[in-house]
Ligand binder design. Sequence first.
Ligand SMILES: Nc1ncnc2c1ncn2[C@@H]1O[C@H](COP(=O)(O)OP(=O)(O)OP(=O)(O)O)[C@@H](O)[C@H]1O
Ligand SMILES: [Mg+2]
Length: 238
Amino acid sequence: MKNILEVRDLQVSYGAIQAIKGIDLHIREGEMVALIGANGAGKTTTLKTLAGLLSPVAGQITFDGKAHAAIKSYDLIRQGLALVPEGRGIFPKLTVYENLEMGAFSRTDGKDAIQADIERMFGIFPRLKERAFQLAGTMSGGEQQMLAISRALMGRPKLLLLDEPSMGLAPIIVQKIFETIVEVVKGGVTLLLVEQNARLALQTCQRAYVIDGGRIALEGQASDLLHNEQVQKAYLGE
Ligand SMILES: Nc1ncnc2c1ncn2[C@@H]1O[C@H](COP(=O)(O)OP(=O)(O)OP(=O)(O)O)[C@@H](O)[C@H]1O
Ligand SMILES: [Mg+2]
């Protein structure tokens, strides 16, 4: 399979603070790849840069065969790259239905196709259908996360970037959301998953990168990393 994403020597700074100090990574089409690491390691910074919200100070990103730098940030969604940010980023004063419509803003394939996809999201998350006309901000954390993922999927992404989807949610809801994510990927989306819950991320994804202090410290098959002593000690609490 070809690479949907290639990152070379990526460096990102906040003023004088260099958060990302030269990382390389790649993701093949259809893969599920995890990016794990401690607080402040640089996970969110990496995802925001990939989503065009931050500009790198050095390095190259190639997305779907195109130089990322040549794609305007507002155009990345149209080109197939969607971020579900930390904290979800839904519109709290809009209804569930309106949030889903907003997720399709970049599409040009017409109302019927968009309507069909809203129904598809309601099929994936029946809870959202029950709450279609509820204001998104009044829903539970788990429901909001379901909406955030569905809204991103409404843009028909090729690559979905998820930042901490398990944050603040009860284990049973996390399990349901992760099962759904796996289904969605099987339906033809590629996934880069950032998770503090390293065990869950490694159990869900095929490959993983461990980021530490803005550098890739380890990478490999998720099953190998689950059995890696260093990973177990630092990230799996063993
Ligand atoms: N807006 C900002 N201005 C200055 N420094 C920042 C800013 N955002 C993040 N940083 C710094 O960059 C580094 C990486 O932060 P980042 O948010 O990418 O970490 P993270 O791996 O996502 O952590 P967490 O697991 O806590 O979400 C940290 O040292 C952080 O303090
Ligand atoms: Mg983060």
